[in-house]
Design a protein around this ligand. Structure first.
Ligand SMILES: Nc1nc2c(c(=O)[nH]1)N=C([C@H](O)[C@@H](O)CO)CN2
Length: 131
């Protein structure tokens, strides 16, 4: 489902580095590796734009801390699982309606600058947690 066509505002986090256990192979469960998170989160920036009050804003510092904690606790095997859980946490805890999330694992394929996954999720009104 596309994001709301009449409001294109968002809050961005780019290149957030998280050190965590991640990967499907046995050796990967014994070390930490870097993940890099890019996030675009739909948010009505007209309200904080008028009030100049961070309480009205989607606080990118708080979101960044939550992303870091989520991935460190989760220790996902697949990037897909990390991205999916993260998207749900941000939608439930911060009230983000739509988001695009890119999760990269720069060291995974030596011949590639980076590999990763990209997901877009829209919280549907009427679903549990999205009343
Ligand atoms: N689509 C994916 N493919 C692979 C993943 C992944 O998370 N998503 N992970 C691995 C290994 O953990 C790899 O990164 C080790 O270098 C392989 N393929």
């Amino acid at each position: 489902m596309p994001r709301e066509p009449f409001l294109a505002d968002s809050v961005l986090i780019e290149g957030l580095v998280v050190e965590t256990v991640v990967g499907v192979y046995d050796w990967e469960r014994e070390v930490t590796q870097s993940l890099v998170v890019d996030l675009e989160m739909a948010w009505d920036n007209r309200i904080p734009g008028a009030s100049d009050d961070v309480k009205d804003a989607l606080d990118y510092a708080s979101v960044s801390e939550r992303v870091d904690r989520c991935l460190k606790e989760l220790k996902p095997k697949l990037l897909e699982h990390g991205a999916e859980v993260l998207a749900g946490v941000l939608q439930r805890e911060f009230g983000v309606g739509w988001l695009r999330l890119v999760l990269r694992k720069p060291g995974a394929v030596p011949a590639a600058r980076s590999v990763g996954v990209c997901i877009e999720r829209t919280a549907l009104k009427g679903e549990p947690d999205n009343a």
